[in-house]
Design a protein around this ligand. Structure first.
Ligand SMILES: Nc1ncnc2c1ncn2[C@@H]1O[C@H](COP(=O)(O)OP(=O)(O)O)[C@@H](O)[C@H]1O
Ligand SMILES: [Mg+2]
Length: 355
């Protein structure tokens, strides 16, 4: 059998199990097979358990249209692997060492403070990064917080909007603290230092300058920007959709009941029509520059979902880089084309890497 057209799709064991069992999952695995067929590629779903590193073989699954089911296959390690696994494991690290760029994305150290430091090296990106410090020493942190009208305190590893605290500086040593759960509380400088001191696992938090995000019907919004390498191995914007926070919330995450909408619809409500194209262009430019910078550290990096906000003046700000974009925002925003492109582009990139 000719296996040179195989493209491995590496999934977590749990996700692979759910897909095989026919459960609804966020990963629309069938799209890989649909587009693979069009491009002359044979996707093979597998997990790290099905990887035999010694013999460079995999046990995986392919979609069988006639029986409408996934059937098990044994194959040599495919020449290219699109990894949808987040986090580290020795086996994944080894695979990444063996495959180099042909395993995308590689394992990435994704603590937000570290990523911020890497991106600060880039003059284009730097001016669009909200200031950030790790939350280590509380009195130092309070002095830093006092410089900004609003700050966000967040876990250093992405959390679907969980455990995010927002602090408003009311001036004259008074702060309004919105904890993740519970009532807003007014605190003095020393009260705030005490409160921060009670945060469990403080070293896993950071403090970030708050951006006065543009608003839609009174609620802040930002964008999810899918940036991927595609045909010719160049970075492209596969999709942009808006996330609008629910009433009274400051987090736009879909997991926090944020609402997905088309980018144009939302921008059209708060900026003059003739500015929208330019704003979208600036968002795209920043997003691509961000990925190009990260690629210098991880050459196999090829696929990300960025959270980019715009302030009330229309200036873009990079809030977060997600290293395994779930892509679900696009169908939720009603954009099937963008959604499909987020599956097609990695396969086009895989085809490019084979040559
Ligand atoms: N510095 C900030 N300024 C304004 N809004 C923010 C800021 N940080 C976070 N947010 C809001 O909270 C949401 C979640 O923050 P984010 O850093 O993306 O964490 P997570 O990894 O949990 O998604 C953002 O999408 C945004 O709506
Ligand atoms: Mg986020």
């Amino acid at each position: 059998m000719n296996c040179s057209n195989n493209v491995g799709i590496l999934l977590s064991s749990q996700l692979l199990h759910r897909i095989r069992a026919g459960f609804a999952t966020r990963e629309q695995a069938k799209l890989y097979f649909q587009f693979g067929k069009r491009l002359g590629l044979q996707p093979v779903l597998f997990d790290l358990r099905g990887l035999d590193l010694t013999n460079r073989r995999i046990r995986g699954y392919v979609w069988h249209p006639t029986s409408r089911s996934y059937i098990p296959v044994h194959r040599p390690l495919p020449p290219v692997v699109h990894s949808r696994v987040l986090g580290y494991s020795p086996k994944l690290t080894r695979l990444s060492q063996i495959m180099g760029k042909r395993l995308f994305n590689p394992p990435i150290r994704r603590e937000k403070v570290f990523i911020h430091r890497l991106l600060s090296r880039n003059p284009t990106v730097r001016t669009h990064l909200p200031a950030m410090i790790p939350l280590t020493e509380t009195t130092k942190a309070v002095a830093w917080i006092d410089k900004y009208p609003v700050v966000f305190i967040k876990p250093v590893i992405g959390s679907l909007g969980q455990n995010i605290i927002r602090i408003e500086n009311m001036g004259k040593g008074s702060f309004l603290v919105h904890p993740y759960i519970g009532k807003r509380t007014r605190m003095s400088t020393s009260g705030l230092a005490r409160y921060l001191g009670t945060l469990k696992q403080r070293r896993y938090y950071l403090v970030q300058q708050g951006i006065p995000l543009a608003r839609f019907n009174g609620a802040p919004f930002d964008f999810r920007v899918s940036v991927q390498k595609g045909r010719f191995g160049r970075w492209e914007i596969s999709g942009i959709a808006a996330k609008v926070a629910r009433k009274q919330s400051h987090m736009t995450n879909i997991a926090q009941n944020g609402k997905a909408m088309r980018a144009w619809t939302v921008l059209n409500r708060c900026f003059p029509k003739q500015r929208i194209q330019a704003i979208l262009h600036r968002i795209s430019h920043l997003s691509i520059a961000t990925c190009q910078e990260l690629e210098k550290t991880w050459p196999a990096f090829a696929d990300a979902g960025l959270d980019v906000g715009v302030d009330q003046k229309g200036r873009p700000w990079l809030i977060e880089v997600n290293f395994r974009d779930l892509r679900i925002i696009f169908p939720l925003a009603g954009d099937k084309k963008m959604f499909q492109r987020t599956y097609l582009n990695p396969l086009l990139y895989a085809a490019f890497l084979r040559h």
